[in-house]
Design a binder for this molecule. Structure first.
Ligand SMILES: C[S@@+](CC[C@H](N)C(=O)[O-])C[C@H]1O[C@@H](n2cnc3c(N)ncnc32)[C@H](O)[C@@H]1O
Length: 277
């Protein structure tokens, strides 16, 4: 497993640890089962703050996906860089379609733990390849693409290419992904050397920085930022459902440079022909 793939263990473990807490932000029994089934030294992540951050991040993405499924119960969610995410298990409404895409070695692991069905497909490919769009189109429109902690491991040019290709191939799609600001990249090396950081124990590097997600609108015509949050300013529905200990932390987090530099973004993607309709 390469370093970018190994990062998928952090959010998985974050959800498992959270589930075992007395007042969890979220319960994910499937994540607990998977952690127990994989032979890996997860204990080295114990105590890391970023575990909770990855759970909160997942809740914000879940909130967006759930909103899409309320409006389009039979639509298709495309999970780019799915890792060992259990979002289908968390949000399946019995009618939606789901496509999970990841690099071949990550997907090989995923296939051992999750089952395909007539509504759920798995694709082993890089998101930068042009091989997967046709497979996704076997599932019905509209499409919601979610790339949670994935595009940051590409080069900026590749991330830009991915956004452009989704816009061109899936008119009127929605795309949710997160961005890391300069502060985080600048401090990456120092942070990696800190005592209790999971990424210190791996060598995955973040590839590009974005301080203002509105800049992504200029990547291609028709790309519009429709919502944006930091972990300290989650959507109201997410915030009010948090346990008290987390809600109390939000004002403290708000002032931290690393919180301000990490953003979760929701984009609508229209081609010129779809916007003219
Ligand atoms: C930090 S993990 C996030 C996993 C998952 N999205 C989650 O939140 O649990 C990053 C994931 O991106 C995947 N990934 C990295 N580069 C990729 C690429 N070029 N195409 C598809 N997936 C990629 C990795 O294999 C890994 O599963």
């Amino acid at each position: 497993m390469g370093p970018a793939q190994e990062t998928l263990l952090i959010p998985l473990y974050g959800r498992a640890v959270e589930t075992r807490k007395r007042h969890p932000m979220a319960r994910d029994p499937r994540a607990v089962e998977i952690v127990e089934a994989i032979d890996y030294d997860f204990a080295k992540f114990d105590g890391d703050r970023s575990l909770e951050g990855s759970v909160l991040r997942g809740l914000i993405f879940d909130h967006w996906v759930a909103g899409f499924l309320r409006e389009h119960p039979g639509g298709t969610v495309v999970e780019i860089g799915a890792g060992l995410n259990t979002r289908f298990e968390r949000l399946d409404n019995g009618a939606c379609h789901w496509v999970e895409l990841d690099l071949p070695d990550s997907m090989e692991l995923r296939r051992k733990l999750f089952q395909e069905s007539d509504r759920r497909s798995m694709i082993a490919a890089s998101v930068v390849d042009d091989t997967w769009a046709a497979r996704v189109r076997e599932h019905p429109a509209p499409y919601f693409f979610v790339a949670e902690a994935v595009l940051i491991y590409l080069t900026e040019a590749d991330a830009r290419g991915v956004v452009g290709r989704i816009r061109d191939d899936f008119p009127d799609a929605t795309l949710a992904f997160d961005t890391w600001g300069e502060w985080i990249l600048r401090n990456q090396r120092r942070r990696d050397q800190r005592r209790r950081d999971p990424l210190r124990k791996m060598s995955a590097t973040l590839e590009w920085a974005c301080d203002d997600p509105r800049e992504i609108e200029s990547w291609h015509p028709g790309v519009t930022l429709s919502a944006g949050h930091t972990l300290a300013t989650p959507p109201r529905a997410v915030r009010t459902a948090l346990p008290l200990r987390m809600r109390a932390l939000l004002p403290v987090m708000r002032s931290l440079p690393q919180t301000r530099a990490y953003r979760l973004n929701l984009f609508t993607l229209q081609t010129s022909s779809s916007s003219a309709r």
